[in-house]
Design a protein around this ligand. Structure first.
Ligand code: XMP
Length: 517
């Protein structure tokens, strides 16, 4: 168990509960989200939170059987903050009143005004009313004894309420979303009032995680599938710090990597970390089975299946392997226990070596399962991974296969690698790499006519892709200048034999996806 000061977020199913955790982690406060069904008094006692937050949620407290925390939460004597539904359930349980409808629902931007100066809202109202984001049908109509309204909005007379003696606070809006611009300050005030000292740092996390891995793994051997991406690399380096050479990494090179990628990944691990590493060069196998395949789903399935076979082949050679390390992140963990979804969709199963643990009787070690993506990057920095490695754009498990619509040939892959390298070089030279979530070239299954010098060309067309995104779920195309695009097209055509036409993909996601297949 973590030795940090801990805050518990009880999840009532809001779409934005994860953002509460983000805001708190940014304040160096350790928190965990748990669905309300799991939060019993026993759980609360074991968890020993220093403060509790009730999230929002889609239910109405007026419904029979409305979700609620255990009554005893109010007897813990720790500060509690209720957000939206969380505020309403707090009021209802403490014998105030909640009503629905009558034109008081609010969705979207609203402005709250101060009524009483309280520490929770310190730093608010300097410039007058504060913008907040409302999303509620029901509203509080009568406060419980001991509470007062400390801020109001036109449709929510009880926009912010509090009982300083009980240390219970409630807000009708969502301070965790961007549309409540000063929301982070509210969380900062709350955790300061609760006595958090901001002890959740990457340095501390690293030490805790190492101790945990040692306790979990004992004397056994661990294997880790390396993709060259940030998550598996950070997991590997962390586990290596914990158990040294009892970790073996397997890097499967399926022949669908970018230019110099295998060399860079292998060098980084061999030279900088001295981690036992199997470089499984299986390009023949993968490209052989992909030969002649054009259907995107068929290609993906072939790659997923072969990946597991190959991994198993190498893992079998490591005697005494009992554990498989994975770079599972916190958003995946939350999703699997979410309020509404239950154990749900498998995310990137082939990438996470899905199916293998059960097949081989391996137990999982997942040292990043408490972290968000940007925290993994921070941990990587803490562990001394080179910045160029940490800041790398995501790269999909099936690699260049899904950037090569239609048939995959070695010749096309070679052209694609070269064009991609020129494009990324352009992006770096213009200082744009870190502004972009992901950028790559796709080689199109079409050849077009061109003229170079005095001669006719008949070569492939390619598409440049660059998107901004927060999590890859939605994305916007990156607004390059025409000058940049023109210069890049010229360089690709001049430097890459086999391409005579360059296009820029300006599709957002949705309706497009980021990758072409
Ligand atoms: P799409 O194309 O679905 O991609 O918009 C969203 C993000 O996921 C990556 N991606 C994958 N990553 N295995 C992975 O590990 C996959 O099969 C896969 N397919 C897409 C993609 O690169 C983007 O970052």
């Amino acid at each position: 168990m973590s030795i940090h000061q801990r805050l518990l977020i009880i999840d009532f199913g809001s779409q934005v509960t994860q953002l509460i955790a983000r805001r708190l982690r940014e304040l160096n406060v350790y928190c965990e989200i748990h669905p309300y069904q799991n939060v019993t008094m026993q759980f609360l006692r074991n968890f020993a939170p220093k403060a509790v937050i009730f999230s929002g949620g889609p239910a109405s407290v007026l419904d029979p059987g409305a979700p609620r925390p255990p009554e005893g939460v109010f007897d813990l004597g720790v500060p509690i903050l209720g957000i939206c539904y969380g505020q309403q359930i707090m009021v209802e349980m403490l014998e105030g009143k909640v009503e629905s409808g009558h034109g008081t629902a609010e969705f979207g931007r609203a402005y709250v005004s101060a009524r009483t100066a309280v520490a929770l809202l310190e730093g608010w109202f300097h410039a007058g009313d504060e913008q907040v984001w409302m999303s509620h049908g029901d509203h509080v109509s009568k406060l419980p004894v001991g509470f007062e309204a400390v801020a109001t909005s036109p449709n929510a007379p009880f926009a912010v309420i509090g009982n300083p003696k009980m240390q219970c606070w409630g807000v009708q809006f969502h301070p965790e979303v961007h549309h409540t611009p000063n929301g982070a300050r509210l969380y900062q005030n709350f955790v300061r009032m609760a006595g958090f000292t901001g002890d959740w740092t990457m340095g501390a996390y690293r030490e805790d995680a190492i101790a945990k891995i040692r306790a979990e793994v004992g004397d056994a051997q661990v294997i880790c599938g390396l993709s060259g991406g940030v998550d598996s690399s950070v997991a590997a380096v962390l586990i290596h710090e914990a158990i040294g050479d009892r970790l073996t990494c397997v890097f499967v090179d399926h022949g669908l990597l970018r230019q110099d990628e295998a060399k860079e990944v292998v060098a980084m691990f061999r030279d900088n970390y001295n981690i036992p590493l199997i470089h499984a060069d299986e390009a023949e196998l993968f490209l052989g089975e992909l030969d002649g395949q054009r259907d995107p789903e068929t290609k993906r399935k072939i790659i997923g299946r072969l990946f597991i076979d190959v991994f198993q082949k190498y893992a079998d050679r490591i005697e005494g392997a009992e554990f498989l390390a994975q770079g599972t992140l916190y958003p995946d963990v939350i999703e699997s226990v979410s309020f509404s979804g239950g154990p749900s969709v498998t995310i990137k199963s082939h990438h996470n070596v899905g199916g293998l643990p059960e097949k081989m009787g391996l137990k999982l070690v997942e040292p990043l399962r408490e972290l968000f993506k940007d925290e993994v990057r921070a941990l990587g920095r803490e562990l001394g991974l080179p910045p160029s490695f940490i800041g790398r754009h995501p790269f999909p498990g099936p690699g260049l296969a899904i950037r090569c619509p239609g048939e995959i040939t070695r010749a096309k892959l070679e052209i694609l690698r070269k064009a991609d390298a020129v494009y990324i070089d352009q992006i770096r030279r213009h200082g744009l790499y870190d502004e972009i979530w992901q950028a790559f070239v796709a080689i199109l299954p079409v050849r077009t006519v061109g003229v170079m010098g005095d001669g006719r060309t008949y070569d492939y067309a390619c598409a440049l892709r660059a998107v901004t995104s927060v999590d890859g779920m939605t994305a916007d195309y990156y607004p390059f200048s025409h000058e940049f695009l023109g210069e890049t097209a010229t360089r690709i055509i001049n430097e890459v034999k086999g391409i005579n036409r360059v296009t820029y993909d300006i599709t957002s996601k949705p309706p497009g996806t980021i990758e072409w297949e």
